[in-house]
Design a protein around this ligand. Structure first.
Ligand code: OGA
Ligand code: NI
Length: 403
């Protein structure tokens, strides 16, 4: 059974020095060490030969962060240590900001639809994040999806190892940290990534029935509805983003598993980033930890996106910011580490299928009297730029395409 409750593993501190020869020289990072403003870029830390050895040793276990926790580590190995400026939480500032929760159940009634379009437009134009209820994806499908991810990651290492790969030629890839060997700090997270639709035999048994069905519901029900609302919010007919811009053509699922972390103040679950997608629909369990960067009276601050029972989180990705000519905002977000866990989340990225990326052109939709703020670019160009700037906090791939 994998129905255990999340547990708290901070506390005890007998050291298991796995992959951790660097620890002795690493400086401690106090929890609230806000040494730099949150929007300042990180200094690049050199990737030393020793770090590479430690990364290889970790990667070769094919057991991910879950494997470390199962082995009983009570200290976070140094490969996972983030510099204080990216950990900084700052003194919590009082604010009244909440990510809006929008009920989509009435979008079929034309009288109410205009109101929902206005809510979606307001959220997409300001914070780039909102939660939706009444979204048409049944609770049975969301809970089955979370259980399937948990079921897979909690299988014995031998069962998961065949899926552990960094070969992007495979449509299903289980791994800890997509950019393990490129980033300067690893994250306390394992991921099962799926480009839909894979061949059924490519999917691990734990997800074989559940994941394609969940993806279908997100794409065909919620995705279609959201793209209709967003099209209208841009002053176009409801089918515009789906039919003329291909925003519903491809879907990838990143299923994340964030084990409880013994020293959550030293690392992150997911560092700050924007999404390389048109739109992302995120299913999160009840643990919490997702934060979005918002402007509070002129100063950037991290604000929680709290779990809301039955809700899905929606955010605008880079492709849609370009396509909406900056009207909709692709906003930075992150996941903090937690002593309580595991936390499970499933991000559905709406983006073109890989085969279409070199030819699918993203062009700004320009309102009358407005000027284009971006040059047109293919999905492939934007994705390449995305990976080029990745890791530089606060940098957006979109700047490269700005006119
Ligand atoms: C992502 C993401 C957030 C989460 O996968 O891009 O932002 O809560 N995930 O796991
Ligand atoms: Ni994201």
């Amino acid at each position: 059974m994998h129905g255990q409750q999340p547990r708290d593993i901070t506390g005890g501190n007998t050291l298991a020095h796995t992959f951790d020869e660097e620890r002795a020289t690493a400086s401690p990072h106090p929890w609230h060490a806000q040494t730099k403003p949150v929007n300042q870029k990180e200094e690049a830390t050199p990737i030393t030969p020793r770090r590479v050895l430690n990364l290889k040793a970790f990667d070769e276990t094919r057991a991910g962060v879950k494997g470390l926790v199962d082995a009983g580590v009570t200290a976070v190995p140094s490969i996972f240590h983030h510099p204080p400026e990216s950990l900084a939480h700052g003194a919590p500032r009082p604010h009244r900001f909440t990510v809006p929760v929008i009920n989509l159940s009435s979008v079929v009634e034309s009288a109410k639809r205009a109101e929902v379009v206005a809510q979606v437009r307001a959220a997409a134009e300001t914070f780039g994040f909102f939660q939706v209820v009444g979204h048409g994806v049944p609770e049975a499908a969301t809970s089955a999806m979370l259980a399937a991810v948990r079921g897979f990651i909690e299988e014995p290492v031998e069962a998961k190892a065949p899926y552990y790969t960094r070969d992007t030629g495979r449509r299903v890839r289980y791994q800890s940290n997509l950019d393990l060997f490129q980033s300067t700090a690893a994250n306390w997270r394992d991921t099962l990534f799926m480009e839909m639709p894979p061949a059924p035999e490519e999917l691990p048994a734990a997800c074989r029935l559940v994941a394609p069905e969940y993806a279908r519901l997100v794409q065909q029900r919620l995705g279609r509805t959201l793209l209709g609302l967003l099209s209208e919010a841009l002053g176009r007919r409801p089918g515009h983003l789906e039919e003329e811009r291909g925003c519903l053509d491809g879907l990838s699922l990143a299923c994340h598993y964030y084990p409880a972390c013994p020293e959550p103040q030293l690392t992150l679950g997911t560092p700050r980033h924007t999404d390389a997608s048109f739109l992302t629909v995120l299913l999160q369990d009840a643990v919490g930890g997702l934060q979005v960067l918002v402007d509070l009276d002129g100063a950037a601050a991290w604000v929680d996106v709290p779990p809301v029972a039955g809700a899905l989180v929606v955010n605008v990705g880079d492709f849609l910011q370009l396509m909406s000519n900056d009207r909709f905002k692709s906003v930075e977000h992150r996941v903090v580490s937690n002593g309580v866990g595991p936390r499970v989340s499933v991000a559905c990225f709406f983006r073109t299928d890989r085969a279409a990326a070199p030819t699918r052109v993203l062009a700004p939709i320009v309102a009358v009297g407005e000027e284009a703020r971006y040059r047109s670019a293919t999905v492939e160009e934007v994705v390449q730029q995305y990976y080029k700037v990745k890791g530089l906090a606060g940098a957006s791939a979109l700047e490269h395409f700005r006119l």
